[in-house]
Design a protein around this ligand. Structure first.
Ligand code: FAD
Length: 406
């Protein structure tokens, strides 16, 4: 039995445990993770860790000894398969049972699998866990040509790293531009140009028909237009499916994620959900019920849940932010651009330092800043204030964003 039991030892779970002790919670805390490692940072998996620039020890969220020092019982290789809300009990894969006072569900998501013929061949890799990336790295010495399926952040970051490592990379995106779900066209076209300039064979509006296999091993990708592309390795980054099975089976409300309220409470008694798996009404998305897949959201929701458990009611209202590193380009985004009705290009992409601003009804709702920290920092205040802004000044990169008014 634990006073607070955390299911999932990733970003959100780790932050919840840290927060409990930071707020001097004196009860017992247990954290269950189904991976073999203590909590580690996931973003470097498609960046510095894949590149070999950072060893695993340097991406741990806390040093090894931290958890025991804080009396946090970290139970690894432990997967929750069943939750009984009335009995306040979870069951693990080995049938052992653990009781709880409060349960924090922080299980993230698993990669969406390729569903086409051959999609289950060996030699197809995903990028979610350390073991996934170790599997890629172990094969790299024998790999010349990599086909990356999916032009989202993870696919693009992997393509950038592999290109730098001297691999030939082909990137396939089904939609007519990369980053289509998260960014405006200016940003998509800029990144497409960058990848092509670095030698990536980047193809948009390109549908995968099947994976070519020999003896159950992927040897290439067949496209719907009949093109066949040989590949020594296939990497797939086409999104995640939130890990919510046991909670939904226990009767929690949810669909794409577990529904939570402003305090990260699920519809089940004494069960909270935080991070990638939690669907919440986000004021920066006009109140729409969404899941956010970001370190910011994982950390901030964990804090909100813990505060609520400890009797402090502060609803989730954090400004979303995110980053992505590709080549020498540092992208920082703040706010959510969904539903924008106008976008403004600020600065010249040819200088590789610029921002894209997203507006709705004359108000700034999001920024994508490429090698442009100043705009990122100063734009944030405008998103929070919700003030109407002069669009001519916003477009003029010589006017600092903090000086832009109506
Ligand atoms: P996770 O960190 O996924 O943790 C969930 C943990 O729960 C996992 O260890 C999982 O194995 C475990 N688990 C699942 N089911 C169970 C169960 N039933 N019982 C026990 N344990 C279970 N975000 C950014 O903000 N910036 C970036 O640049 C960025 N880059 C990324 C690059 C990659 C390659 C990936 C994969 C993600 C990236 N993200 C980035 C997203 C970010 O890592 C996630 O949003 C974040 O990890 C979410 O935290 P979480 O705790 O909700 O889930």
């Amino acid at each position: 039995y634990y006073d607070v039991l955390i299911a999932g030892a990733g970003h959100a779970g780790a932050q919840a445990a840290i927060q409990l002790r930071q707020m001097n919670f004196a009860g017992t805390v247990g954290m269950l993770g189904d991976e073999a490692e203590p909590p580690y940072e996931r973003p470097p998996l498609s960046k510095e860790y894949l590149a070999g620039d950072k060893p695993f020890e340097r991406i741990l969220i806390r040093p090894h000894g931290f958890w025991a020092e804080r009396s946090i019982d970290l139970m690894l290789n432990s997967r929750v398969k069943k939750v009984e809300p009335e009995a306040r009990l979870v069951t693990l894969g080995d049938e052992s049972e653990i009781g709880y006072g409060k349960l924090i569900w922080a299980t993230g998501g698993t990669p969406r699998l390729l569903s086409c013929p051959g999609g289950d061949a060996s030699g197809i890799h995903y990028v979610r866990r350390r073991e996934d990336v170790d599997g890629i790295m172990a094969r790299l010495p024998d790999v010349d040509h990599v086909v990356v399926i999916g032009g989202g952040y993870i696919g693009l970051e992997a393509a950038a790293v592999l290109t730098k490592l001297g691999k030939r990379v082909t990137l396939l995106e089904a939609l007519d531009r990369v980053l289509a779900r998260v960014a405006g066209e200016d940003l998509s076209r800029f990144y497409e140009g960058e990848h092509r300039a670095h030698g990536v064979d980047l193809r948009t509006s390109t549908m995968v028909e099947s994976i070519a296999c020999t003896d159950g091993r992927a040897t290439g990708v067949n496209l719907q237009d009949g093109t066949q592309i040989g590949a020594d390795m296939v990497i797939v980054g086409i999104g995640i499916v939130p890990e919510t099975g046991p909670l939904i089976a226990a009767g929690a409300s949810g669909g794409n994620g577990v529904d939570v309220d402003a305090f990260c409470r699920t519809s089940l008694p004494d069960i909270y959900a935080v991070g990638d798996c939690a669907a919440h009404a986000n004021s920066f998305a006009g109140g729409a019920q969404i899941r956010l897949e970001s370190v910011q959201n994982a950390n901030d929701q964990a804090k909100v849940a813990v505060q609520h458990i400890l009797g402090q009611e502060s609803p989730y209202a954090a400004v979303p932010w995110f980053w992505s590193n590709q080549y020498d380009l540092k992208l920082q985004t703040v706010g959510l651009s969904s539903g924008y009705d106008a976008s403004i290009l600020r600065g010249d992409p040819a200088t590789r330092s610029f921002s894209v601003l997203y507006l709705k009804s004359g108000k700034l709702i999001a920024l994508d800043c490429v090698n442009m920290v100043k705009d990122y920092v100063q734009g944030r205040a405008h998103i929070l204030s919700g003030a109407l802004l002069d669009q001519g000044q916003l477009a003029d990169a010589t006017v600092p964003l903090k000086e832009v008014g109506l």
